[in-house]
Every structure is written in C-alpha cells, then in structure tokens.
Design a protein around this ligand. Sequence first.
Ligand SMILES: [Zn+2]
Ligand SMILES: [Zn+2]
Length: 476
Amino acid sequence: MMIRHMSSSCLQGHVRKAQALVSLGRTEEALREYLVCLSIEPDCRLAQTEAHKLLGDLLAPVTDQVPEHISDYSSLLSFRAHIKNSINTPSQIFSPSLWLSVSSLASTPPAPEMQEDERKPEVRRPDHCFLLKRKWSSTDENTEEGGQERRDDHKRAKSEPAEATDPLSSAVSDVLDPKDLECSLCMRLFYEPVATPCGHTFCLRCLERCLDHNPKCPLCKEELSEYLVQRQFCKTVLMENLISKYLPSELIERQRIHQDEMAEFSNLNKNVPIFVCTMAFPTVPCPLHIFEPCYRLMIRRCMETGTKCFGMCLEDNLKGFADYGCLLEIRDVKFFSDGRSVADTIGRRRFKVIQHSERDGYNTADIEYLEDVKVEGVAQRELQSLHDTVYDLALVWVNSLKTEQKERIEGHFGPMPQKDSELQDSPNGPSWCWWLLAVLPLEGRAQLPFLAITSLKERLSGIRKVLLFMAHSKHR
Ligand SMILES: [Zn+2]
Ligand SMILES: [Zn+2]
C-alpha cells in the first residue's frame, strides 16, 4: 500500500514533467518521461496515449508533409545506386541515359570565371536540377520558383517524336532534360561542344572567351595552357549526336539563336565593333597586335562571321572614341599559343559615328560611311591641276627623307602609291593622299580632321599646307 502510494506520486511527478517538456516543445525528452511513467505503471492510460502521440510526432515530418515524395526519393536513391554500380562495372556497355545522369549529377559548377557583365542573369542550382526534375516528372506539382519554365522544357523534351517506338529512346527522353545539356557558361544548350582535358564540356565559343581571360578550366580551375597552345578544340561528336537525336527542336532553336547573333555581328552599319587604338586610313595597311581579352573576342567574331571587318577609332577623352574612323579589313591573322594574335589589316572606308555603344566589353558604333563628293567641268580640271602639284610636292618630301627613314616607312606602310588613272574613281579619292597622311609626322589630332573631309580639293589643300610648312621649317 505504502509502495503503491509512493509510486503513484512519483508517477504524477514524471507526468507533470513530461507535460511541461511538451509545452516547451522538447518532444524527445517528454517522450522519455512518459516511457519512465510506463516503466513504473505499465497500465497508465495517459502515459500510453501521450507516448504514442509523441512517437507519432517524432516520426511524422517525413510522412505527413511529403508523403507523395517518398517514392520519388527512393527512386532517386536507387537510381544513384544504379549509376554507382554501373560505374563500378567496367564492362558496362555505354548507355546514353546512364551517361546523362552521371553528367547531370557531376555538374556542380562553382561560379564560372566570366566577367559579371558577360554572365546571364539567370541563376541556376545545378546540384538540385536532377532531383527537382525527377520530382516534377513524377508528381507534376509546381511549387518551386521557375518551375513552370522547367516543366515546360521537360514537356517539350517529352513531346519530341524521338522514335517513341524505341524503348531506349523513350527511356532517354523520360529522364532527359534539356537543362542537362546546357553549357555552364552561357546557360544555353551546348553549341559546338568541346571537352577540355579535365573532362568538362563547354560551347567552343564560351570556352574561348574564358581562356581569353585565364588559361584555366572555368569549372575545376585546371591549368589549360598546354591545351591552349595546341589550339585543337575538338568538338565532342557524341554530345552533338545526343543533342540532335534527343533534343532536335531545342537544337534548331539554339542554331537559330546562333545565326541571329552571327547576323547581328555581321552588320557593318549598326553596332559595328570598334577597336580604339590608332589612326587608320583607307587603303593604308595597319598591322595590329591583339592581346586584350575584349579585342581577342572581337577579332574572332570578325573572322567567324566572315566580314573580317571592324572600325578603328582614335581614343577620345570625353566620348571614349572619336566621331570619325576607318573600317579595317583583316587580310591575315596569326594566333600565338598564348591567345595573343597579330592581325594584318588594311583600311577600307571612312565613317562617321552616329551612336556610341558597347558589347561584351568592347566598343561598338552605329556608323555612316563617307564618300568624296564628285565635281565636273571647270572644277574637275582645277582639281586635276591641284592634285598634280600636290603630288609633286609630296614626292619631293618623300625623296628628301633619309634612307633608313624611308625604309622604315616602306616596311610599315609599303611604298608610296602611284597616281590614280582616274582622279575621282574611288569614293576615298587617290590612295597616295592617305598613305602620305599616315607617314607625315602629324599627331593623331592633326590627322583626324582629314577623315571627315569629303571634298578632294579640301584634302589636297590641307596636305599642301602641311608639306609647305615642313619644307619651310626644314630650310630655316
Ligand atoms: Zn555556352
Ligand atoms: Zn575542368
């Protein structure tokens, strides 16, 4: 009797303690107290129901909140296990679906090394994408941010008629998300994918842009100097085949984007790339050493589009670059192993800048080409005689140069051009004028106004003034 009374008050103490712990949210400790109660009094109804409830609470979060995901997670786990097992079996025959899964699980890029302004604003969580994708494909729910877009992507991938009769194809398109075949640099479907020696895949152009800044893998930072030296960016044909087989419509869209970009880069009136460096003139050669990352990109684009042209402008403290410039055409470009290059260019046409802008780190401009205004009759005859006089003056000056000076000039700009047979044939006027302006000891500021002049008479008068001034100062 005594013992029973003692255990009853003791039981009450544990019950009260357990209730206090419940109200504090300390579920595990409360459960322990109720279990103590039951060890003292196994028939205690209160302790029985409370312990059962707490036990349920402790185990519930998984089952209560995400019951529909259980099968999903387990399938994911078994899928991972499957991949692991497959990798451990060297004799495993290559399976695209397996390979894709591995690539998507492995693609957890740290921030790719690209300049902030070059990066797309879209933020991606590649380490989650596989998990999320599985979730969407099986539960069809759409609670995650950006879920709609991803789900649409998946639907598009699934809706592809990619040989639905082939069980492998349909299995692949079930697990294949276009996001798995995205370049981690441009966040778009791989275009002309290349793999680095460290095993990472990027679009050719994206990788080149990264290597302009730093010869390291943008993902794992492995040194790629040797790779860069060889400059053998081999396309991964397997990846291309996978994309064209399983994501044909995405590929068409990606090709369209590429073509649109190329068309944009090819426009020689709007957003023309501008090299801000030196004074360039029509018909005059202009050799350039290209080492800055933004200009490496610019030169590559000029070559890829096939225009082989860009504008050359002098620097301007206020506007960034001068309002007048000359379109240069690349005749030849030699790439060095470290990514630098030397471009042999020649001046083609003069232009006036209408609008200054920028693209991917280099300057661009909307431009308008300039042509000489033609004259006839008396004005034409006067022009011819002025031209002949100034040409003779120019010859006198050139012949007055010291041999080594002349050799240096001719080595750089070539010999002085002959007179044109027809004075007004070229919209640029006679080429010897431009050659002379390039070699005369004039500063850029003094040379620049000549680009803007569209009257041959005015240009010849200007040149005559310079030649007379030089002859005068020489004889003094
Ligand atoms: Zn890319
Ligand atoms: Zn790498």
